[in-house]
Design a binder for this molecule. Sequence first.
Ligand code: CAA
Length: 389
Amino acid sequence: MNFSLTEEQKMIRDMARDFAERAIKPIAAQLDEDARFPSELVSQMAALGLMGVAVPEEWGGSGMDNLCYAIAMEEIAVACASTAVTMSVNNSLVCDPILSWGSDSQREKYLRPLAKGKLLGCYALSEPGTGSDAAAQKTVALRDGEHYVITGTKNFITNGPHANICILYAMTDASKGHKGISGFIVEMDSPGCSVGKVEKKLGIRASSTSSLIFEECRVPVENRLGAEGEGFKVAMSTLDGGRIGIAAQALGIARAAFEEAVRYSTEREAFGAPIADLQAIQMMIADMATEIDAARLLIWRAASLKDAQKRGAKVRYSKEAAMAKLFASEMSHRVCTKALQIHGGYGYLKDFPLERFYRDQRITEIYEGTSEIQRIVIARSVLSELSGK
Ligand code: CAA
């Protein structure tokens, strides 16, 4: 087992860190305040190859591995969790399923511009009454000659108002349950597809979230992603990778909170010395540092397994991705709470970044599968491993 990074991994870490420090960090608080989607940052990330990190160069991506992607996500999230989730959705929920399940013509038409950041993608699985129980889709896609006619509403769609392309899941045969779900690549300017309510949120306010409405939206058969009825597998396997990205986002937020807390603790004095001299503060610093490293190791393990799978190994990393997301998101909660506590009353003020980190962190325990769903995925996997089924 090798814990040191390759030259390429170090290079993307340094590049993403430099970009985040220089271009994102100075405006992150204002983006949050204005709840403004940072289109200019998305274009700059595209120019740096960050919108298709693990997409092979032959399909317009940066041709790096998934560990590189996780490393870059962490760095971007340290500066701004909203910008990070925009990047995460495009990379892991949109580019990745087209790479893994798409035809060459779909890759040419959609993956190439998505990976280059010329198009932006979103992922539409959740519905108003269908969140954790993803198999209970109500959106229907009815075959009509060479088209599917899609009707339904999707909600909580990250990037929804700004996306050009949507990876959409719908029931092509409701009598078959999850085996009746199919995936589609939908162009957002198709007649019958519209953006619904844009949500106002507690955190990640510079990321745009909306519902999407499909009213007899006609999608060509050649835009089906995978075989008819294979959509649930496409959706779930895609989320395995997505959860690594969200885990890295949670890690980045935790690191930002931790670094602020350490800096503050060496500057702020109480009882005649910096508060970093107090054991009460040192206990918190030690716990935060340990948990951050533990989360990173789980994330890197999951990303490495995904890379092994991409190289052809017969491995599934659902459990490891769920463990990484569960631990990193809940760790981020604990770290943000401690970091805010170290700041005392100042941590509660908008003049300091802690309250933004605290608000931004919360969603990482909810989207791309709640903590409870991650525990279900982990437990089912452990039980089947131990029972040999
Ligand atoms: N990879 C491949 N196949 C998978 C899979 C995976 N990770 N997980 C399940 N499957 C397959 C199973 O093997 C099974 O196949 P067969 O029928 O051939 O045996 C089939 O799918 C059904 O599996 P389950 O019985 O486990 O399905 P379930 O109905 O019990 O659901 C669940 C499982 C884990 C609860 C799932 O519904 C789930 O993950 N729910 C959470 C949904 C979620 O994460 N939503 C996030 C929305 S996207 C988002 O938030 C993006 C954003 O904007 C940032």
